[in-house]
Design a protein. Structure first.
Lengths: 318, 275, 253
C-alpha cells in the first residue's frame, strides 16, 4: 500500500511561536486519488498544504514525493503545484500568459501546444487572450487550475478552491472538478472545511482537528464508522443521547407508541424541501433531531411522540 | 530568501551610512572640538560650544526662532482648518481641490519664496499698486522683517497643515455632527465641541509637520528676513561659511536636531507609519 | 452663516496659494523691468536663452537630477521591497530621520563629512558630492511611495510564481515589478522634483565650479528683482507642475 503512495508525510510538526499548528502528522496520499483534508478553521490544514507546497518548513518530520524528500526544497523545485484560495492570477498577464508562466520558467518546448491542450481541458479555449479582470469567478478558478496543471505536477494542491464561489456555482464546479480529476488522472490534494464537499468528491478523506489527524478513510468509512467523537460530530449531524451517538436519519419518530423507543415531546420542525427535521425533547432531557420523509404526517409542537433507533446505528466512543 | 532581502537592502543601507549616519557622527564629534586657527577643527575636546548657548545673544536667536515657528504654525492651523473642512465635504471634487492645494507646494520652494520678494519689496507690486492708487506716498517696509518671514513660512507650509487635517476630517463619521445637531447644538457649537476635538490627531500631526521645518528654516529668513531676523538656520549656515566656526555651528545644528526629535517623537505615538 | 462664508474664504485661500505664482508668470511677459505693466513681450525669455551662466547651471541641475533620481529610485525601490518582506527598525528609523532632519542640518553635516573624507581621498567638492547628497535625501521619498504601493500587493501572487517554478528573484522581476511600475515612476518624478529645486544642501556641498539652477536663482534674487528671474521661475513652475500632476495620476492608478 505504501508503494502506491505518491505523497507521504511522516511525523510532521510545525509551531508558530507558542501555537502548535501541526503535531506529528502522518499522511499517505495514493497516486491518482482525490484526497481531501477536512477540518474546521485553525485545525492546521492550510499549514499542512503550505508545507507540502514549500512555503513553510516543518520543524520536525519528513515530506516525501515519489519516495524522495522534498521538505528542504524551495517551492520552485518541487513538482507540486497549487491552486490558491483567491486564485492569485497575475493581473498584468492574459489567460494564456498566466498559463504559460510556469512553462517559460522551465524552458520547455511545445509550450503553445501544451497551453492549448490544458485550456481545452478546463474549457477555456476561447478565452485565452482575456485579462483576469474580465473573467468571472468560476472562469478565474479554471485559469488557476489550468496554470497549475500545465506543469504536470505529481500532486495538485487545492486550497479551499470553492469557498470564493457562489453557492449556486459550487455544486456545479464540484462535479466538474471531480470529472476533471478522473479524466486527467493527476493526484489531487484538496483542502476544505466543508464536509459535504469532502464527502461528495473524495476517494479518501483525512479529518484534522487541532493540528492532528483524527481519522483517514473513505467517505463512507469516516461517516458511518467515525473513530472519534470529533469526527462523528464534524461529518453530518449527530444526536448525543445518553453518551451514545445516533444520526438523525437513523431515528424514527411517530405518534404511535414504540415500546423500544423513548418518549418525548415535539419542540419544532424545520422544512428543508427534500426532508423534514423534527426536533424533540426526550423524557431524559436531551434534545434530538430526527429526519423524516417529506410526505410523513406533519408533527406539531407539543405532540407526544416516540423516538427509536436500531442498535446497529449506535456510535459509542470512550 | 533572506539573502535576496539583504542584497536588496544593501545599497540603501550603504547610502544611509554615508549620507546620514557618518555625517551625523562627524557633527557630534566636531561639536565637542575647538575651532582651528584657519577655520578647521582642532583637538582640545570641550563643552564650550554648548555652554555658549547661555549667552543672551544666542538665547535670543533660539527664542526668536521658536516664536516665529510657533506663530507660523498657529496661523497655518487657523487658515488650513476651514480649507480642509471644505475639501472634506466637497464630495466628488475632493481630489481636484486637494491637488490644487498640493500642486504649488511641490513646484519650487525657492521660487515661491522669491514670489513674495517680488510682491513685498519697496519697488514690488504691492507698493507700486498702492502708490499708483494714491493710498500711500512712501513705500511701506513690507519686506525684511519678522512679519515677512512668517508670511513666507505660512505660504510655504500651509499644504503641510491641510493634508493631515483633511485626512482626519475625511475619516470622521458625519453622523456625529448630525447627532450633535439633533441634540440641540448650533453649527458653531458642533464645530467647537465635536468636530474640533475629534480632529485632534490631525491637528497634532499637522502642527509638528509645520513647526519643525519652520524652526529650522533657512531660505525664508534669509530672503525675506532682515538683518535682525537671524534664526537658528541662519546661525548654523553662517558658522559653516562666513564665520568659519564649525564646532559651534555643529553644536547649534545638534541643538536644533534635538528639539525637532523630541517634538517628533512626542507626536509619533499614534501616527500612521509611512516607513 | 458658515454656508456662505466658507466658500468665500476658500476662494480667498486658493487665491493666496496661487496668485503670487500667477503674478510672477504674468510679469515675466512684461516689456518693462519695473513692476508697472508696459506691454507684452518675450524679451526676458530671449535673454534667458542667452545667459551662459544660467544655461550651464540649468544643465548641471538636469544632470544632477537625472543621475540622482536614477540611483535613488533603484536603491529606494529595492529597499522598499526588502522592508515590505520584513521590517527593519534601523533602516526605517534612518529613513524617517533623513526625512525629518532640517535641511540646514543635513547640509552642514554632509559638508563636514565630505571635508573630513577629503583628508584621505584626493577629492574636492563638486558635482559628485552634490549627486551623492541628492541621492541621500531623495531615498526616503522613493521608499515611502513604493512601500505604499506594495502594501496593496497580494503576496500570494509571488508565491504563485514560485509555485510555478520561478525563483524569488524571477518572481520579483516578472510579477512584482510590473505591479510596482506606476509607483516607481511616480517616485522617480518626485525625486526629480526635489532634486531640481534643492538650494540649501546643494549650496553647501557644491564647491566652486558646480553651480546649479537654484544657486543662480538665489543669487539673482539676492541682488535684486530681475525680470529674467520671473521668466525662469515661470518655466520651472510650469515644468515641475506638469511633472507633479503626472506623478499624482500615476499614484492614483
Amino acid at each position: 500500500m505504501a508503494d502506491d503512495a505518491i505523497l507521504q508525510l511522516r511525523g510532521v510538526s510545525k509551531r508558530f511561536g507558542a501555537h502548535a499548528a501541526v503535531t506529528g502528522l502522518d499522511l499517505d496520499v495514493h497516486r491518482g486519488a482525490f484526497f481531501s483534508v477536512l477540518g474546521p478553521s485553525g485545525c492546521g490544514k492550510t499549514t499542512t498544504l503550505r508545507m507540502i507546497a514549500g512555503f513553510e518548513t516543518p520543524d520536525q518530520g519528513e515530506i516525501l514525493l515519489n519516495g524522495s524528500r522534498i521538505d528542504a526544497l524551495p517551492p520552485y523545485r518541487r513538482n507540486v503545484n497549487t491552486v490558491f484560495q483567491n486564485y492569485a492570477l497575475f493581473p498584468h498577464l492574459t489567460v494564456r500568459g498566466n498559463v504559460e508562466f510556469g512553462l517559460r520558467r522551465m524552458g520547455r518546448a511545445g509550450i503553445e501546444e501544451k497551453v492549448r491542450t490544458v485550456l481545452e481541458q478546463v474549457r477555456l479555449g476561447d478565452k485565452a487572450s482575456r485579462m483576469p479582470a474580465q473573467l468571472s469567478g468560476g472562469e478565474r478558478q479554471r485559469v488557476a487550475l489550468a496554470r497549475a496543471l500545465a506543469l504536470e505536477p505529481d500532486v495538485l494542491l487545492l486550497d479551499e478552491p470553492l469557498s470564493a464561489l457562489d453557492p449556486q456555482l459550487r455544486k456545479q464546479v464540484r462535479a466538474e472538478l471531480k470529472d476533471l480529476q478522473r479524466r486527467i488522472g493527476v493526484t489531487f490534494l484538496f483542502i476544505t472545511h466543508d464536509q459535504e464537499e469532502a464527502l461528495s468528491m473524495s476517494d479518501r478523506i483525512a479529518v484534522m482537528n487541532r493540528g492532528m489527524v483524527e481519522q483517514v478513510g473513505t467517505p463512507e468509512e469516516v461517516y458511518r464508522r467515525p473513530k472519534t467523537r470529533f469526527v462523528a460530530s464534524f461529518l453530518g449531524a449527530m444526536n448525543w443521547i445518553g453518551g451514545v451517538g445516533v444520526r438523525p436519519e437513523a431515528l424514527t419518530i411517530s405518534r404511535e407508541a414504540n415500546p423500544q423507543g423513548r418518549r418525548g415531546v415535539v419542540v419544532g420542525s424545520v422544512f428543508l424541501g427534500s426532508a423534514v427535521h423534527v426536533e424533540a425533547r426526550l423524557d431524559s432531557g436531551e434534545i434530538c433531531t430526527a429526519q423524516v420523509a417529506h410526505d410523513a404526517a406533519t408533527l406539531r409542537a407539543g405532540e407526544a411522540v416516540s423516538i427509536g433507533w436500531s442498535a446497529a446505528d449506535e456510535l459509542r466512543f470512550e | 530568501m533572506r539573502r535576496l532581502r539583504r542584497l536588496f537592502l544593501a545599497p540603501a543601507a550603504a547610502l544611509l551610512a554615508v549620507t546620514l549616519a557618518a555625517p551625523l557622527v562627524i557633527v557630534c564629534l566636531y561639536s565637542l572640538m575647538t575651532r582651528g586657527a584657519y577655520g578647521g577643527v582642532e583637538r582640545p575636546f570641550t563643552l564650550e560650544n554648548y555652554t555658549r548657548f547661555w549667552d543672551p545673544l544666542y538665547g535670543a536667536i533660539l527664542l526668536r526662532s521658536s516664536w516665529i515657528a510657533a506663530v507660523a504654525t498657529l496661523l497655518c492651523l487657523a487658515l488650513a482648518f476651514p480649507l480642509a473642512l471644505f475639501i472634506a465635504r466637497s464630495g466628488q471634487k475632493k481630489n481636484l481641490y486637494l491637488s490644487l492645494v498640493i500642486l504649488p507646494f511641490w513646484t519650487s520652494f525657492l521660487i515661491r519664496t522669491y514670489a513674495w520678494m517680488f510682491l513685498l519689496r519697496d519697488t514690488g507690486l504691492i507698493n507700486t499698486l498702492l502708490q499708483s492708487m494714491g493710498l500711500i506716498h512712501e513705500p511701506l517696509p513690507l519686506l525684511y522683517n519678522n512679519g515677512a518671514v512668517i508670511l513666507g513660512l505660512v505660504y510655504g507650509f500651509l499644504p503641510f497643515m491641510v493634508l493631515p487635517l483633511y485626512a482626519t476630517l475625511e475619516r470622521m463619521d458625519p453622523s456625529l455632527a448630525e447627532a450633535s445637531s439633533d441634540l440641540g447644538a448650533r453649527p458653531l457649537q458642533t464645530l467647537w465641541r465635536v468636530t474640533l476635538p475629534l480632529c485632534a490627531p490631525g491637528i497634532r500631526a499637522g502642527s509638528i509637520l509645520v513647526f519643525v521645518p519652520c524652526l529650522g528654516t533657512y531660505l525664508t529668513s534669509d530672503l525675506l528676513g532682515g538683518s535682525k531676523t537671524i534664526l537658528i538656520g541662519n546661525l548654523v549656515q553662517n558658522q559653516f561659511t562666513t564665520a568659519r566656526d564649525w564646532p559651534f555651528g555643529a553644536a547649534a545644528s545638534l541643538a536644533l536636531m534635538a528639539v525637532a526629535m523630541v517634538l517628533l517623537l512626542a507626536a509619533r505615538r499614534q501616527g500612521e507609519e509611512m516607513l | 452663516m458658515n454656508k456662505r462664508l466658507l466658500p468665500l474664504y476658500v476662494v480667498a485661500a486658493y487665491a493666496f496659494l496661487h496668485v503670487p505664482l500667477l503674478i510672477l508668470a504674468v510679469f515675466s511677459f512684461n516689456a518693462s523691468k519695473f513692476t508697472v505693466w508696459e506691454g507684452f513681450s518675450l524679451h526676458w525669455y530671449a535673454a534667458l536663452a542667452q545667459d551662459r551662466d544660467l544655461i550651464d547651471a540649468a544643465a548641471n541641475s538636469l544632470i544632477i537630477a537625472v543621475v540622482a533620481t536614477a540611483l535613488a529610485t533603484v536603491c529606494g525601490t529595492l529597499a522598499a521591497y526588502a522592508l515590505w518582506k520584513r521590517a527593519s527598525g534601523w533602516i526605517s528609523g534612518s529613513l524617517y530621520l533623513s526625512l525629518v532632519t532640517p535641511e540646514i542640518v543635513t547640509g552642514v553635516s554632509l559638508l563636514a563629512f565630505f571635508q573630513w573624507t577629503f583628508r584621505f581621498l584626493n577629492l574636492r567638492l563638486g558635482m559628485h558630492t552634490v549627486i551623492l547628497a541628492h541621492v541621500g535625501f531623495s531615498l526616503a521619498y522613493v521608499v515611502v511611495v513604493v512601500l505604499a504601493r506594495l502594501r496593496t500587493f497580494d503576496p500570494a501572487l509571488e508565491e504563485a510564481a514560485m509555485d510555478l517554478g520561478a525563483t524569488e528573484f524571477t518572481a520579483f522581476r516578472a510579477v512584482t515589478v510590473p505591479y510596482l511600475a506606476p509607483a516607481v515612476a511616480a517616485a522617480a518624478m518626485l525625486a526629480f522634483t526635489v532634486s531640481i529645486d534643492d538650494y540649501v544642501i546643494t549650496s553647501l556641498v557644491a564647491g566652486v565650479d558646480s553651480q546649479t539652477l537654484p544657486m543662480v536663482i538665489y543669487a539673482l534674487a539676492r541682488r535684486g528683482v530681475s525680470p529674467m528671474l520671473n521668466a525662469v521661475s515661470t518655466i520651472i513652475v510650469a515644468g515641475l507642475g506638469a511633472l507633479v500632476l503626472l506623478s499624482e495620476r500615476l499614484r492614483a492608478k
